[in-house]
Design a protein around this ligand. Sequence first.
Ligand code: BGC
Length: 721
Amino acid sequence: MQNALELRINELLSQMTLGEKVGQLVQISAPRDEAGKERLKSRIRNGNVGSVILAFSATAGNDAQQDTQVEVYNELQRVAVEESRMGIPVLFGRDVIHGHRTVMPIPLASAGSFNPELVEKCYAAVACEAANDGVQWAFSPMVDVCHDPRWGRIIEGPGEDPYLASAMSRAIIRGFQGEDYSEKDRLAACVKHYLGYGASEGGRDYHRTELSDSTIYNLILPPFRAAVDAGVATVMSSFNDINGQPVTSSKKYLTDILRGYLNFRGFVVSDWAALANLRRQGVAETEAQCAAMALKAGVDMDMVDDYYSNHLQALVRSGEVPEALVDNAVRNVLRVKLSKGLFEDPYIHKNGYDRAAHLRMAYELAAESMILLKNDDHTLPLAKHTKIALAGPFKQERRALLGSWVLDGKEEETPHFREALENALQGSEGAVICNGEDITEDAAEKVFAKGDVIVLAFGESHLVSGERHSLADIELTEHQISLARRAHNTGKPVIGVIFCGRPLALQAVEPYLDAILCAWHCGSATAPVAADILLGNLVPNGKAPVTFVKTTGHIPLYYNATPSALANNGYYDQNPEDCYLDIPASPMYPFGYGLSYTDFTCSPIRCEQSTLTLEELKAGEKFTLTVDLQNTGLYDGRETLQLYIRDKVASVMRPMRELKAFQKVSLAAGERRELSFTVGYEQLGFYREDGEYVVEPGGFDIYIGAHCLTRNQIAIQIKPC
Ligand code: BGC
């Protein structure tokens, strides 16, 4: 029996001409000028537009974009509703990647907060700001698991682990959509890029991928599965090919797996002009072929190519494309428009919001995202009376701190690091000594001479990450390394604050730095949070959502690798000397790692029942693993305990560690708390090549600790029956 929503969809569909149906599948970019606006109005009036993307070029993350124009969108909407024959509203979408006017940390950084509740709260604030400016649909979350930090788009994603990625995927979608995304301050979300884009070879954007079905099901698909289960409204298909088949033309991925296997019910939008790419990728000759291939594969909406509008009607009339396929795609689009409440109230209302509260949330999330990577001899925190000699190319940078993929955040509203340090020192005897301009190393040395400590504002510009902005070398520049060396030679404590969009390779600079704070591009609150961490107003607690390699040549290096054939030669930390001749293969900093100003100790793992049968597990019984976590240091702090499993013997090789749970807790200095984790059927299995989930009996190691290389482990056993 059809429910009311489906009845309404079918009723609308039955009244639509073929042209109007195709119109619903067409997304047009925002008009640049008056003439463009009039052209767009006329297309909307004729029922030829389903959606407008509020951008006018690709790589929107790094190009300057127009500010949102609510009056213009309401005017376009009025034409759709009042002047088109069917009166179907258009849907306005924009890249709301990690913030709107208030910019949150880049998604890679916020994954390192290991705090999905906070991420959800922040994205609800982002949704509210964007909705006020006319956005109804956000092209986010981006959940491409990535093992290659050369890829510029690693900034947009959740890092290298599918479990953490799934948690972030759900959090962002809940933040955007809430319980019901028809509410005015919510957005329809779009999970992307489906599928495999993060595995582009060599980190070269848009490049080929070679992915086994096992890798797809176990590593790449989980955050998309989580998104569908969380009710994500839409999915964006990816540019890349998988094993020689562009995803834009892949029925296997877009229909069989996405709809058949994952049971997705919203609509699929192609990526920017991706239909045209099918010709470049060499699987289609004509525009019409591209349109037919994409629709047959399962792309419901064509983003800005106009291939659907130019060719679909003729393709249906010639019998090349069955009209039933067009109908289905239209159903998917209408389902989202109806669920968004556009038929009840299609217009944008500027209800306002509490900007100061949003900025506080950005501060809170940045405070949980930055990672203290090194802190020899308690160099940090600094006493308030410290005279800080500040140098380095990012000391007075504003725009870079916002990160890539920022369309609506304002550089001029973003404090830079020098002023944030000065603010944090106000009223104390401390001071910042800094030569304003970008200065020579000799001049920097004169600044060094005047400080008690040296702080170096290092990192990379937002322009070397993001779409189409990959790097072949992810190390700091020669200038920064040399500045660090000269700072070190003064004999004073040297602190490196690294503002970056990817986990940079820090081996060359690390020996010169006594403390290293990875401050990422943490958005609007980057500088105040970094300053407050340095001065001890905040205790750092972010953890690495991705491996930090030593040098670029280490890539790919990721924690969730399978064992190597010979004594784990080359795996992460085990026998690292046996792998490369020139450098140990162990990571600079492992996945899950991050220091605090306080110390935590975790007791050995207790497990009352360490054997269960497969039947018992299937019936819902679980292993309970308990530890005591104690804050043994001098500061109140937050720790993220992580639980990893290793399936010791299976029918196929399984990773040496897989994250399966984490808990982030606050402990006052001296406080001790018992923490319990449960591990059951859902945590102990894996997906076979055909997508079937299996748990195989046998032995497992369970690890609980502060990062993926913890040695705190216990064995459990699953008996066959
Ligand atoms: C990107 C997408 C983005 C789209 C619209 C594409 O180039 O790959 O992530 O949502 O443009 O701006």
